[in-house]
Design a protein around this ligand. Structure first.
Ligand SMILES: [Zn+2]
Length: 384
């Protein structure tokens, strides 16, 4: 899975005495109850957990050395979030149950816009939900049982057309996989352990409360960690997109008449990641923990282009084809996002996109300056 990057194995980090005893106090998380969910929904929520386990097994195979156990959990939490934490025997990667649900709701709403992916299914049959400038809700309603909220939110927002509804599921799976891989990356890159040393917290929480936001040097280290985790996660997802299994998953969703070639799949992957970045930017004030959403997008898009051109020349894509595809997907997602009338801090997302590359360059410099502070905690560290 990882051969796109030049992975370098780093000696295993041994957690200290204090960390181990504190770990034992971490409360067990309540997981999503699949038994009460309808089969079509529970099927992919379940397969999502399996996917994390497969990713961990593949990391272990590629690293060819002892790796920690990383347990995948879909936690019964109502807020949009995720975490990676040290546990008694290894680590846990937890996605809050609200995360895939809110992503699914977002893609359902996008696919209900006739202009969004207009070649898929019968786009003209769709009627967008009048949103009136409201934000995408970022937590599940408190009055409903979580499993019931998932069922209701995903079924009531569903596009009219079956093909478009199926596309929303596919894009949700890509976005959710990206989030899971991003959390796995925080573990293998040593961020969870380094964070335990720096902040005495065993849990690396993705979306933290405003009063707990890191400041100064810790904040800039945190942004570098987010940057690194994104780069690793996109490489993991890129491997999935280039595998023969992806062909099988994409063909029915795109329909026989539409392009579902590797380039189309890569566009779907980058579009899914951009939606995650835009959603997170609604929860996290820009620049505090996660880089600006467009900076994150340019970072993963450039990483994808470099990996394709340098390590996957067999796919047969030219520099121009890859860059045009990246520009097209950014324009399509930002246009859809604007049509959803989600309030945003950016006056013009597209013009900000052009300036975002400078933000990526700053992160690269910070990574070089800060990496000696934390890279000794990494199980493997693919950056120079
Ligand atoms: Zn993160």
């Amino acid at each position: 899975m990882y051969h796109a990057l030049n992975w370098i194995a780093i000696e295993r980090f041994d957690t200290g005495e204090a960390v181990t005893s504190a770990m034992q106090r971490v409360r067990a998380t309540r997981e999503l109850d699949f038994s009460s969910m309808p089969a079509d929904l529970s099927g992919w929520y379940r397969s999502h957990s399996e996917k994390i386990n497969t990713a961990v097994a593949e990391i272990r195979a590629v690293a060819d050395k002892p790796m920690p156990d990383i347990r995948a959990v879909l936690a019964r939490r109502r807020s949009f979030g995720a975490l990676a934490g040290a546990r008694k025997h290894g680590y846990a990667v937890e996605l809050n149950a609200a995360l895939p649900t809110i992503i699914h709701f977002t893609f359902n709403n996008l696919l209900r816009l006739p202009a969004f992916m207009s070649a898929i299914g019968n786009a003209a049959s769709e009627t967008p939900e009048p949103r009136g400038g409201r934000r995408i809700p970022l937590s599940l309603p408190s009055r409903l049982k979580i499993e019931e909220a998932i069922r209701l939110i995903t079924t009531t927002s569903r596009p009219e057309d079956d093909a478009r509804a199926q596309m929303a599921v596919l894009l949700t799976e890509l976005a959710t996989a990206f989030c899971a891989y991003h959390e796995v990356a925080h573990v293998v890159l040593g961020h969870v352990d380094a964070n335990a040393r720096l902040s005495a917290s065993l849990t690396f929480v993705e979306v933290v409360a405003l009063q707990d936001m890191p400041l100064g040097k810790i904040a800039s280290t945190r942004r570098v960690w987010e940057f690194e985790a994104d780069l690793v996660a996109i490489n993991m997802l890129l491997q999935d997109m280039l595998s023969p299994k992806a062909e099988e998953a994409f063909e029915p969703a795109y329909g026989p008449e539409n392009d579902h070639s590797p380039l189309a799949r890569i566009q779907a992957m980058l579009g899914a990641a951009l939606i995650v970045f835009l959603l997170i930017a609604q929860v996290v004030p820009p620049q505090l923990t996660h880089p600006d959403p467009l900076v994150r997008f340019i970072a993963v898009a450039d990483e994808t282009a470099a990996a394709l051109l340098q390590h996957h020349s067999g796919v047969g894509l030219t520099d121009e084809e890859v860059h045009d595809a990246i520009n097209d997907v950014a324009a399509a997602i930002l246009d859809g996002w604007a049509r959803l009338e989600v309030p945003t801090t950016h006056p013009s997302l597209l013009s900000s996109l052009r300036r975002a590359r400078a933000g990526v360059e700053r992160l690269q410099l910070q990574r070089r300056a800060l990496s000696n502070v934390y890279r000794s905690h990494a199980y493997f560290y693919p950056f120079e």
